[in-house]
Write a protein of this length. Structure first.
Length: 128
């Protein structure tokens, strides 16, 4: 199972980072970022499978691809925001992480406008 491989690599790199942090903190951060990229590349294929499943289900349910794409973009923004904020927190930059999280929330709100408009339009059509 790939999760065992990911967790194992994570434990090993964590131990290395902890040992290097005292003497070479710049290398510790680079090692941590390298692991982050490796994990992202490992799971990228799995994300593609999930996205294809969403597209197939939306097509069968006759859902507009515009709304599905918007929803997937919102999910992507949330994951990328969390990922970026965690990297900044790991590097000891909590203030930057907070700004990244704020920007992500604003972007999600902006991206959700078409979906919110559709929901409101549907509710208005249902009312007498």
């Amino acid at each position: 199972m790939e999760i065992i491989k990911i967790v194992g690599i994570g434990f090993i790199v964590t131990m290395l980072v902890l040992m290097m942090k005292k003497d070479r903190p710049e290398f510790a951060i680079q090692l941590s970022l390298t692991l982050t990229i490796i994990i992202f590349l490992i799971i990228l294929n799995k994300v593609q499978v999930v996205l294809q499943l969403f597209y197939d289900l939306a097509e069968k349910a006759n859902i507009s691809m515009m709304y599905l794409n918007t929803l997937l973009k919102i999910i992507g923004i949330a994951y990328i925001t969390e990922f970026g904020a965690q990297v900044c927190k790991d590097a000891g930059e909590g203030a930057i992480a907070g700004k990244i999280e704020f920007a992500g929330k604003v972007m999600v709100m902006v991206m959700a406008i078409p979906i919110i408009a559709l929901v409101i339009d549907t509710i208005v059509k249902l009312l007498p």
